[in-house]
Design a binder for this molecule. Structure first.
Ligand SMILES: Nc1nc2c(ncn2[C@@H]2O[C@H](COP(=O)(O)OP(=O)(O)OP(=O)(O)O)[C@@H](O)[C@H]2O)c(=O)[nH]1
Ligand SMILES: [Mg+2]
Length: 350
């Protein structure tokens, strides 16, 4: 999963990046420097299963963070900027909003940034409508008609100043749309970066912006970047105590990761082997055979069946033999819908 951090200058992007990705980049220096970091998503279930099976290693899903200054919502046409192109490759965007400084005006800055995404996408849509219409006239290639129809519907939504998250598509169109990597179609996590003094009223601030939340499209997290960054430097067990003392609801990274997973409808299944215990990220609704492909293409191609055990049952019964005896391991076929927390052994033949 790739998450791009955007926001106006000095809103705390690098501070949040440091907190979420455990980095130590300079903040408050007006450098507008861009940073990237890959982190492992902690998953307690991997640790617990590894205690039972003692594999050589534990493998967690990874998240890439991009701290991307330059996409600021200042109204400048930014569709051609290299930062915009980098952002197009992200799965979701983290919009950091200054809610701590004297100039803080969250509502306005959220709107400015959304408007800028819409403008950037509109430029792409208009260019493509032009070039594809011309090509269709020249070549008589009618296959472009479907794509042109989709682009015109995109334009309609954008001209109403609405993000492409609100475009309704039929199944085959999603793939066409994905090629364009539109910014305003990416799920958005708005991070309200509040002052230390406001930490006690964190829940109140969240409620104030609750109307912006739309499942699968937009979510809001209230975070004090500064405190989170400072706490991220402590060992995990000490962090817990600080969070409790400060009345902070857990680490920023935990919340950002959980909310991003939910926005993107991502879940994890687990595998246990002699060499590794591992968590794999897939989309909710993925069928067993397709999920096998996340592990290896050969397993997808030669799929026979999936032996599925719930993580909770592993915790209760602890051994393969006990699980079998209690009937807690099921055989599932290729069309089984994989659930979060399923431990799966794929049987295959190539
Ligand atoms: N009081 C307070 N200050 C913060 C908070 N988050 C960031 N700041 C301050 O805001 C200033 C800018 O933070 P940065 O993280 O560098 O902001 P940025 O968005 O990366 O800035 P550019 O990269 O220059 O666009 C720094 O002086 C931070 O200490 C916060 O939660 N509370
Ligand atoms: Mg910065």
């Amino acid at each position: 999963m790739k998450l791009g951090i955007i926001g106006k200058p000095q809103c705390g992007k690098t501070t949040i990046f440091n907190a979420a990705a455990g980095q130590e980049e300079a903040v408050g220096d007006y450098s507008r420097a861009s940073h990237r970091a890959v982190i492992r998503v902690p998953d307690e279930r991997v640790d617990k299963l590894a205690e039972l099976s003692e594999p050589d290693r534990k493998v967690y899903p990874e998240i890439e963070f991009l701290d991307a200054p330059g996409f600021t919502g200042d109204g400048k046409e930014s569709s051609g900027l290299s930062v915009t192109n980098e952002l197009r490759e992200m799965d979701a965007l983290l919009m950091v909003i200054d809610a701590f400084s004297a100039e803080a005006d969250p509502g306005r800055y959220i709107q400015n940034l959304v408007d800028e995404m819409i403008l950037a996408d509109q430029a792409v849509v208009e260019n493509n409508i032009q070039s594809k219409s011309r090509k269709m006239k020249l070549t008589g290639d009618k296959s472009l008609e479907r794509e042109l129809d989709l682009l015109r519907r995109c334009l309609e939504v954008l001209e109403q100043e609405r993000p492409l998250l609100y475009l309704d598509v039929i199944p085959g169109e999603e793939t066409l749309l994905r090629n364009y990597q539109f910014l305003s179609r990416k799920p958005l996590l708005i991070i309200l970066n509040i002052a230390e003094e406001d930490l006690p009223r964190q829940d109140e601030v969240s409620r104030q912006y609750a109307h912006l939340v739309e499942p699968g499209k937009r979510d809001v997290a209230t975070v004090c970047g500064k405190v989170q960054m400072e706490l991220a430097a402590f060992p995990p067990d000490e962090q817990e105590a600080f969070y409790a003392e400060l009345g902070v609801t857990g680490s920023a990274m935990d919340r950002v990761v959980k909310k991003s997973y939910a926005l993107l409808s991502l879940i994890s299944f687990l595998t246990i082997g002699k060499d590794e215990v591992r968590a794999w990220t897939i989309r909710k609704g993925t069928l067993a055979r397709k999920a096998a492909g996340a592990v290896h293409g050969d397993i997808e191609r030669g799929f026979i069946r999936a032996e599925v055990t719930r993580f909770e049952d592993w915790m209760e019964y602890k051994t393969t033999a006990a699980l079998k005896a209690a009937g807690k391991t099921r055989s599932e076929g290729k069309d089984y819908v994989v659930q979060d927390g399923d431990e799966i052994l794929f049987l295959f033949n190539v």
